[in-house]
Design a protein around this ligand. Structure first.
Ligand code: CA
Length: 630
């Protein structure tokens, strides 16, 4: 149920192999999205082995988390109806609390004013509560908000101190935290509905629930917060004056918002940094709650044993009395990476952990935990700096210093060297090497291996399922042409001929009020760039557009000229800017004859179906080479 981010990009496609899809990985059912994130109001859906459209729209009360909870209950009921004695396993993973932060307004309103004191004040408040409630040891110390030295830090992850913000910024940043808090509560409420169903149906007592977050707090909102997280992945900065205009629609379908880095640090209290920084607990530590009324005697107790997400599968196997097979269908299996946490159910809160070591690595950052010590390589992700052999390492005794506040590298140099050696051993064993770090933009521009050779010409046909961006024609950083053969049969012909993306970035070709439109929506920044023809009479047409990329803008975006054609005649012409990064991180496919999910242009509403004529097909031609540096 929900997020599955385990499929190679080229295989997230209607014509692709399903070998990595959830059903082929052992699940009997799947309902959710394949990719890193999706729009919570307009998700990109897969059911079992095929792409489907969302069942209804936000104007009728749709939200992804609610739909997933509905479907989760139904899926269990369906099984109970025919196979009531069979046990079930469900992996329930909403899009929450990953970006975009989307939530019904009434949940946002509940948190009005709660974050007005700013992120440093929030850290102090929540830190004190964590100590009082015994979640952190008493001797834990709070860490600084910008812990990395300047020569290491990535400026896009900087935290602007609250007292350096102006009144508007404080207002905007507070609202972004209110939205996120509402999003959290809404998620809990939906999961709560599944728990209620289990209780009512008498299943809760013997159901093991492991409740953890998909994401720790993340810094993709940049120091100023974002109204469109996709700007981060396009290397394009947010502007405060523009963002302020959207204060009252944050969280709604109109925005794709993400709070600023200050809240990412605050929501990782007491640790340093946030998601992507695998050297620190701020990037790796999440809460985990385990409930099993029949099997766990104690209730509402905290456990301090160090564990990792790789320990969840061994725990489930242990509870079920199953062993991981060494050979499956004749194939020798990788040994399980984790150890069971079952012993913690009856252990004393401070009893020693049965975990021995755990390595960490992400986007060029590195860390290692062993026997209560943690070594951290000072390296910021997404910097393109490389030179890993020059990384300085820190050493922490996390048995007593949970927050990693006091570097002991100088006091215990031999311990540090031993841990670095352990990191390399684990990296070797777990195919972590070679190390690689690149910028966010470089990351999305990487040409990935594909079974389908790169083409110069792509042909699309009406009414096929939306083609996911990862396999659709890539117009990023290039000149391109779109041509459509269309017959207009009715003088009121209207609708989408071609569309790719959403209101947060994308382009579309459509007919409205008898006129042909080409709209390029650059990262959702208004106004839309529109090229419009004179009115068209019924008849057969070749409708087209051409974008010639002339140079790169300040943020590497494409700048050039667009011409709109009706047959061989130029009917509109003008300057245009185009994205070099993706329209969305995952999803929002390319469609002919309609616009799936969220609409690219505000000139029509999804699905914007084409009517009053016939589309024969749409061809897109691209220059093979991306030229970023002209
Ligand atoms: Ca769309």
């Amino acid at each position: 149920m929900g997020k599955n981010h385990n499929v190679a990009e080229q295989d997230v496609a209607p014509g692709a192999s399903r070998r990595q899809w959830p059903l082929q990985k052992g699940f009997d059912r799947f309902y959710g999205f394949i990719g890193g994130e999706t729009n919570q109001w307009y998700p990109n859906f897969v059911e079992d082995n095929r792409f489907i459209d969302q069942p209804y729209f936000p104007e009728d009360g749709y939200h992804l988390s609610k739909d997933l909870a509905d479907q989760a209950i139904k899926m269990i009921q369906d099984q109970k109806a025919s196979h009531p004695s069979k046990p079930w396993f469900m992996w329930f993973c909403p899009g929450a609390k990953h970006a975009p932060h989307h939530v019904p307004q009434e949940y946002i309103d509940k948190y009005k004013g709660k974050f007005d004191d700013g992120y440093e004040a929030y850290r102090e408040w929540v830190f004190k509560r964590m100590i009082e409630k015994g979640i952190l040891p008493k001797e834990t110390a709070l860490t600084p908000i910008n812990p990395l030295p300047d020569e290491v830090a990535n400026p896009t992850d900087f935290v602007r101190p609250w007292d350096s913000l102006n009144t508007d910024e404080k207002k905007l940043f507070s609202r972004m935290a209110e939205v996120h808090a509402g999003f959290s509560e809404y998620t809990d409420a939906q999961v709560g509905r599944i728990i209620e169903y289990l209780e009512e149906s008498g299943q809760l007592d013997n159901t093991v629930v492991l409740y953890a977050a998909d994401n720790g707090a993340s810094g993709e909102g940049s120091p100023n917060g974002s109204v469109n997280e996709n700007k981060f992945f396009n290397g394009y900065p947010d502007s405060l004056s523009e963002n302020m205009k959207y204060l009252d629609v944050l969280g709604s379908p109109e925005k794709y918002n993400h709070y600023p880095t200050g809240w990412a640090v605050a929501f990782s209290t007491p640790f340093k940094m946030f998601k992507r920084y695998s050297e620190y607990s701020g990037g790796t530590c999440d809460p985990l709650v385990i409930s099993w009324p029949k099997g766990i005697k104690v209730c509402r107790e905290v456990r301090h044993q160090y564990h990792h997400s790789t320990d969840i599968v061994p725990t489930i196997l242990d509870i079920c009395g199953l062993e991981m097979p060494k050979i499956y269908k004749g194939v020798e299996q990788y040994p399980l990476a984790g150890v069971s946490m079952r012993y913690t159910f009856d252990a004393k809160p401070d009893a020693p952990t049965q975990k021995k070591r755990q390595y960490y690595a992400m986007l060029g950052t590195r860390g290692i935990w062993e026997d209560g010590w943690r070594a951290a390589a000072l390296h910021a992700p997404l910097t393109s700096k490389g030179n890993f052999d020059k990384d300085q390492w820190e050493l922490y005794n996390v048995k007593t210093d949970r927050a990693e506040s006091k570097d002991l590298a100088k006091e215990h140099p031999e311990k540090l060297q031993a841990l670095i050696k352990v990191w390399f051993e684990e990296a070797e064993k777990n195919t972590v090497l070679p190390l690689y770090d690149c910028s966010a933009l470089e990351q999305v521009l990487i040409e990935r291996p594909t079974d389908e050779p790169l083409r110069e010409r792509y042909i699309y046909y009406p009414e096929t399922v939306a083609i996911p961006e990862g396999v659709a024609v890539n117009t990023r950083g290039r000149s391109y042409k779109i041509l459509a053969n269309v017959e207009i049969t009715d003088s009121n012909c209207s609708g989408v001929i071609f569309a790719h993306g959403s209101r947060f970035g994308g382009h579309a070709f459509f007919i409205k009020d008898k006129k042909l439109y080409y709209v390029y929506n650059f990262l959702g920044i208004k106004p839309e760039q529109q090229f419009v023809s004179p009115a068209l009479n019924p008849g057969k047409y070749t409708l087209g557009m051409e974008f010639i990329r002339e140079k790169a803008g300040q943020n590497k975006e494409s700048l050039g000229t667009t011409k709109l054609f009706v047959n061989d005649k130029v009917v509109a012409e003008g300057p245009m800017r185009a994205q070099v990064g993706m329209f969305t991180l995952s999803g929002e496919g390319l469609c002919v004859g309609y616009d799936s999910g969220d609409a690219v242009s505000q000139e029509y509403k999804s699905l914007g179906k084409f009517k009053g004529g016939e589309i024969q097909g749409v061809g897109v031609t691209i220059e093979k080479t991306q030229y970023l540096d002209i």
